[in-house]
Every structure is written in structure tokens, then in C-alpha cells.
Design a protein around this ligand. Structure first.
Ligand SMILES: Cc1cc2nc3c(=O)[nH]c(=O)nc-3n(C[C@H](O)[C@H](O)[C@H](O)COP(=O)(O)O)c2cc1C
Length: 139
């Protein structure tokens, strides 16, 4: 997918707050799905119950605006940018949000939910650094 406006890809990692549950993440994702689609953003969130890693992609202003909110969200802390790049093409094949909970005990039957195996397959779409980060977390 190509876009005339510059597109930013941002990957950050963070630590879950102690009282953030899978149910909290699930609720947050449902909200994020709508917001991201409305603002032509793509997200993919991986969690191993202790850490989050998220890829966000979209118009530079939209990514920055969303990340300003995410940084101060109490459901996590120690938010650190791992990687970002600005270019003209999108790498994510969908708008909205993908979710992979690596130690999940709940069977989320949702379109946006990826098992570890599905997320690994999905990450093979990404070349270069984005793919490397993802595969590293999904090993
Ligand atoms: C790890 C993590 C990832 C998040 N990702 C998104 C996202 O992709 N899209 C989104 O709209 N909100 C996301 N949120 C929620 C935002 O931080 C924020 O709660 C939401 O944008 C609502 O903000 P508002 O109440 O100011 O409108 C995420 C929160 C966390 C903790």
C-alpha cells in the first residue's frame, strides 16, 4: 500500500503495571481497534504478561498524537522507543490492531487475535528491522 503522505513506523516496549490484567488489555484493544481504523492507524501489540511491544504505523502526526497518549497510560510504565522510521510506504496489511498475548489463558475468538504461531507467520511479511524486532519477541 502506498501513500502520498509520510508514514511513520514506531516500535516501543514497556512494562505492564502490576494490576493490568488480560481483560484490561482486551478492553483496551476493542477501543483501540475503532480509534486506529478511524485515524488510519495500524497497530500490533505483543505481550508476555510482563512487557508490551507495540508497532504503530500511520501518518506521522497521527502516530505522534497516539503515542503521546500511550506514553502516559497508567496500564504500563517505562515506555521506551526501540525503533522508528519515516517513509512513503506502509508495511502493515490492515488498519486497526492485532494482538498476540504470548502466555494467554483465555481463548480470544476474535479477528484481531493472533496466536504466537500466527504472529510469527505474520511477521514474515516484514523485512528489515521491523521483522527482526518482531521475530525476536516471538521466538
Ligand atoms: C500498551 C498499550 C497500547 C495501546 N495502544 C493503543 C492504540 O493502538 N490505539 C488506541 O487508540 N489506544 C491505545 N492505547 C490506549 C491509549 O493509551 C489511550 O487510553 C486511548 O487512546 C484513549 O485515550 P483518551 O481517553 O485520551 O481518548 C494503548 C494503551 C496501552 C497501555
Amino acid at each position: 500500500m502506498h501513500s502520498a503522505t509520510p508514514v511513520k513506523q514506531l516500535i516501543y516496549r514497556s512494562c505492564l503495571s502490576e494490576d493490568t490484567s488480560e481483560a484490561d488489555i482486551y478492553r483496551m484493544i476493542r477501543h483501540a481497534q475503532k480509534y486506529n481504523i478511524q485515524h488510519e492507524l495500524s497497530g500490533f501489540l505483543i505481550s508476555d504478561s510482563k512487557n508490551f511491544v507495540q508497532l504503530i504505523e500511520g501518518a506521522v502526526d497521527q502516530v505522534n498524537r497516539l503515542f503521546d497518549k500511550i506514553k502516559i497510560d497508567q496500564r504500563h510504565h517505562h515506555v521506551e522507543v526501540e525503533y522508528y522510521d519515516i517513509g512513503l510506504s506502509r508495511i502493515m496489511p490492515f488498519l486497526g490492531m492485532g494482538l498476540c498475548l504470548l502466555n494467554c489463558k483465555v481463548d480470544f475468538q476474535e479477528d484481531f487475535y493472533f496466536t504466537r504461531l500466527q504472529a510469527r507467520e505474520f511477521s514474515s511479511l516484514f523485512d528489515g528491522k521491523v521483522g527482526n524486532y518482531f521475530r525476536g519477541y516471538l521466538a
